[in-house]
Write a protein that binds this ligand. Structure first.
Ligand SMILES: [Zn+2]
Length: 333
């Protein structure tokens, strides 16, 4: 068990002891036909479409422009959206400070959307204590160094993705981009606790090898609900089968986690996949319920659909293989 203490703050990271994950339930009516789930989660359904060729290579070809902004928003009593239309950053507010999930591209965006967004929402950026980076792609960790140094926050990433970020830095970063100093590396089922909020982190290889997905609680007008957060969405993983198989296996794992934790909310780090921007708009215009809330079988179905989409990509590659040949190992990322 690893314990990290910060001055004046009761902060604990520990491995979950003897945590039992229940087996995934039998297929529900929604799940057996993904049609209903696809209608509820059209952003996920997009991942079932064949990936356009040529495959993008995230290691070298990141064409950057300042993304179209989207207004910061309070989504639940203790959860805030700070992203833009390209990528998301989420702030979990606790009694002891903020746990931030992802940091957008760079310092400029961190200043504009994260610091600026928190201030507009009445929150204090200097209370950011932990920064969880879902995965080692620069559109998620690029703002981390600036925030971590300014606010003395600890940065958490999966071990494989710390390595990946270091490798990316060697290739050379776009102007204005930085890599956070290596800090906390987590294992699957480690958890971070700040105040009375605990975020359980699950390593879900696929989108990258060290992607962190999460289970954490929010309250919705005082009612506690669990979020199942998928840490790496895109299936633009190159011509090789391995990462797609890993992705499908990880989606099945999170399906079990969503079930055993009775998750009712699906979130990710790109609004184009979880429709966070659209749901925020819906919430602005209605007083009945919260557009981010689903039933647990629907969330379980969403992870089933993710696994199904990854499997579909494998089938597409095999079909391509009639002409080109599927490859073993990992491809572009
Ligand atoms: Zn990514």
């Amino acid at each position: 068990m690893a314990i990290f203490l910060l001055k004046n703050h009761k902060i604990l990271i520990s491995s979950i002891v003897a945590s039992t994950v229940l087996a995934a339930p039998p297929a529900t009516a929604e799940e057996s036909s993904y049609v209903g789930i696809a209608k509820l989660f059209p952003g996920i359904q997009k991942l079932c479409e064949p990936v356009p060729k040529p495959y993008p290579n995230f290691m070298t070809n990141y064409v950057y422009k300042f993304p179209e902004s989207f207004p910061e928003a309070k989504v639940f009593d203790n959860l805030y959206y700070l992203g833009n239309h390209a990528a998301s950053s989420w702030a979990i507010k606790t009694e002891e400070g903020i746990i931030l999930i992802d940091t957008l591209d760079n310092e400029e965006e961190a200043k504009f959307s994260i610091e600026g967004g928190l201030k507009k929402l009445g929150l204090d950026p200097s209370t950011i204590k932990f920064i969880i980076i879902t995965h080692g792609h620069i559109d998620h960790y690029g703002g981390a160094r600036y925030l971590a140094e300014k606010y003395r926050a600890r940065v958490i990433m999966g071990e494989k993705d710390w390595e990946k970020a270091a490798q990316r830095a060697k290739v050379g970063l776009p102007a204005g981009f930085t890599t956070p100093s290596r800090d906390i590396s987590v294992k699957s089922r480690d958890q971070v606790t700040l105040g009375s909020t605990t975020v359980k982190m699950i390593i879900t290889p696929g989108h990258t090898r060290g992607t962190i997905s999460m289970i954490f609680p929010v309250t919705d007008k005082g009612v506690r609900r669990n979020v199942a957060f998928w840490g790496g969405m895109g299936l633009n993983l190159g011509p090789n089968i391995e990462p797609y198989s890993a992705y499908a296996k990880s989606a099945d794992l999170m399906k079990s986690e969503a079930y055993s934790n009775k998750a009712q909310i699906f979130l990710s780090n790109h609004a184009k996949f979880d429709y966070a921007d659209k749901k925020i708009e819906i919430n602005k215009n209605t007083n009945s319920g919260n557009a981010f809330t689903n039933t647990t079988p629907e969330i379980v179905g969403a992870f089933g659909l993710l696994a199904h989409c990854a499997q579909s990509q494998i089938e597409f590659i095999k079909q391509d293989g009639v002409n080109g040949g599927a490859k073993v190992g990992r491809g572009a990322e």
